[in-house]
Design a protein around this ligand. Structure first.
Ligand code: ADP
Length: 493
């Protein structure tokens, strides 16, 4: 009997394997960390075999520790850190260079040149992305141009390229499958999100031969077979982590949004079957492609969210643990008019000021530790609010509900404040591993383990709903003050 779906969640610092049963309960979970390489300031790399081995190790521990027999596994879904890219030799299966990680800034110069040459508008229209070193395209170009012999190998069709989903599946299937999905493809800067194809003009601009690129298949589709012991298990779901979370949160209709509160915040809103170009610095991206129909999303991020709580803990030492921030915030009735703007690395959507720096304003003699802690938590809600407002303007919608996940979504004060300051209902689901769940859903929909979208809605039940307790006047007043505080942090360095 097929009892389980295994989701492999390949993240930036660790690889996880999670088993879900038919009711989408988490049966077991195992995690394996791997090494980060920082060869120069601003450069970040992973060893592709560390990624592979940590993922295999997590899977092995899961099966062993929870006594899961491979014969009981229905299928596998893979979700991954996005944009990180590997180039490998087709004949040997060996990478020609370490994986260049999404955080790596080594291609900033290439991006500056692309902007100078006037490609910004064309790239945005085709890919939904702004030109930035974050995305895979310039990273691939860098490897081909800088690793000895690569250009020639590429031109003679002897290399392959892939984001981490593609790399893992290639290895799991012993080189039989070279595939990716539209969500990962849409983060490469080489994929036309309007036509759903690798874009010839972009490939030419980046000087990347098409023969290197994987075949793009639907999110819920047969991607290959992985043999565990003597059992052949189909891989039937692929999605980039943020899109998988959107799906795992059941944001299936236009206007439905999710926010992941981790180190930073990642907010995505489903905008339906037509891509919407942002006028406010958001990215347009593919949410998923199911039954050959593409759903799009707008994406925005907050650079510093949970990281500001770590700052309270580690640098200011105002709290001993992240949890304690909730107790501190609840110990006072307001922030005593203190505002913290955690612009440690500049400001993103909608301000885009890389010269901004963090600031605390509104201090009076009565301001105490609890006020500062509370104001820091509130800043996470305000920054998310700013992104949500951009989405509302771009897509001409109102976000009535926000589904939440990620480490800091455990903070009840923060979730309540998010509702209070946006007016939206904040919904926290029972299963917080929404990324893994999303890709388990994709796999299970393909095999019939889950019967259809209606069933999925029933599976990830609600843990808690936070409803807004404020009126419009209160919200406007708070927003005004917050924006005034943001002004103080701008253009500092
Ligand atoms: P990531 O995947 O980005 O590493 P996680 O989803 O694991 O992030 O969440 C960890 C982050 O959430 C940390 O930055 C931490 O400070 C923050 N965090 C965890 N618990 C709480 C809490 N109860 N209140 C506020 N922040 C929290």
């Amino acid at each position: 009997m097929k009892k389980y779906i295994i989701a492999l969640d390949q993240g930036t610092t660790s690889s996880r394997a999670i088993a879900f049963d038919k009711k989408a309960n988490i049966v077991g979970m195992r995690n394996c960390e791997f090494k980060q390489y920082y060869p120069q300031p601003g450069w970040v790399e992973h060893d592709p075999f560390d990624i592979l081995n940590s993922q295999l190790k997590a899977l092995e521990m899961l099966l062993e520790d929870y006594s899961i027999n491979p014969s009981e596994i229905d299928s596998i879904g893979i979700t991954n850190q996005r944009e990180t890219v590997v180039v490998w030799n087709k004949e040997t299966g060996k990478p020609v260079h370490n994986a260049i990680v999404w955080q790596c800034r080594r291609t900033a110069d290439i991006c500056e040149q692309l902007k100078k040459d006037g490609h910004e508008k064309m790239i945005k229209e085709k890919t939904g992305l702004v030109i930035d070193a974050y995305f895979s395209g310039t990273k691939i170009k860098w490897i081909l141009d800088n690793v000895m012999g690569c250009r020639q190998l590429a031109d003679t069709g002897r290399l392959l390229v892939g984001t981490i989903d593609t790399w893992l599946i290639y290895q799991f299937t012993n080189g039989k499958s070279h595939v990716t999905d539209p969500t990962n493809a849409s983060r490469t800067m080489l994929y036309n999100i309007n036509t759903n194809k690798w874009d010839e003009q972009l490939l030419k601009l980046f000087d990347i031969p098409k023969s290197l690129l994987p075949k793009v298949i639907n999110n819920s589709a047969f991607a290959g077979t992985m043999t565990i012991e003597q059992y052949d298990i189909p891989i039937c779901g692929i999605a980039g982590d943020q899109q998988a979370a959107l799906f795992g949160q059941n944001c299936l209709l236009p206007g439905e949004a999710k926010n992941t509160y981790g180190t930073g915040c990642f907010i995505l809103v489903n905008v339906g079957y037509e891509p919407i170009q942002s006028a406010n610095g958001l990215l347009t991206t593919i949410a998923w492609k199911l039954n050959d129909k593409t759903t799009y999303a707008l994406e925005g991020s907050v650079f510093n969210a949970g990281s500001s709580i770590q700052w309270l803990r580690d640098e200011l030492q105002l709290i001993k643990s992240a949890d304690e921030s909730e107790t501190c915030a609840q110990a006072v009735v307001d922030t005593n008019d203190v505002y913290v703007v955690p612009a440690f690395t500049g400001l993103g959507t909608p301000y885009w000021d890389m010269y901004a720096r963090g600031t605390i304003v509104g201090l009076t003699r009565g301001a105490n530790r609890n006020h500062i802690v509370r104001a820091t938590l509130e800043s996470i809600a305000y920054q998310s609010m700013d992104v949500m407002e951009c989405m509302e303007k771009d897509a001409n919608i109102i976000i009535k509900q926000l589904r939440v996940d990620g480490g800091a979504s455990a903070n009840n004060f923060l979730m309540q404040y998010q509702a209070d300051v946006t007016g939206a209902k904040v919904i926290r689901p029972r299963i917080s591993e929404t990324t893994a769940l999303g890709v388990a859903f994709f796999a299970g929909l393909y095999t019939g383990f889950f019967s259809g979208l209606d069933e999925l809605k029933e599976l990830n039940k609600i843990d808690k709903i936070f409803t807004c307790r404020t009126n419009e006047k209160y919200r406007e007043n708070k927003k005004k003050k917050w924006h005034k505080a943001v002004e103080k942090s701008k253009d500092w360095v």
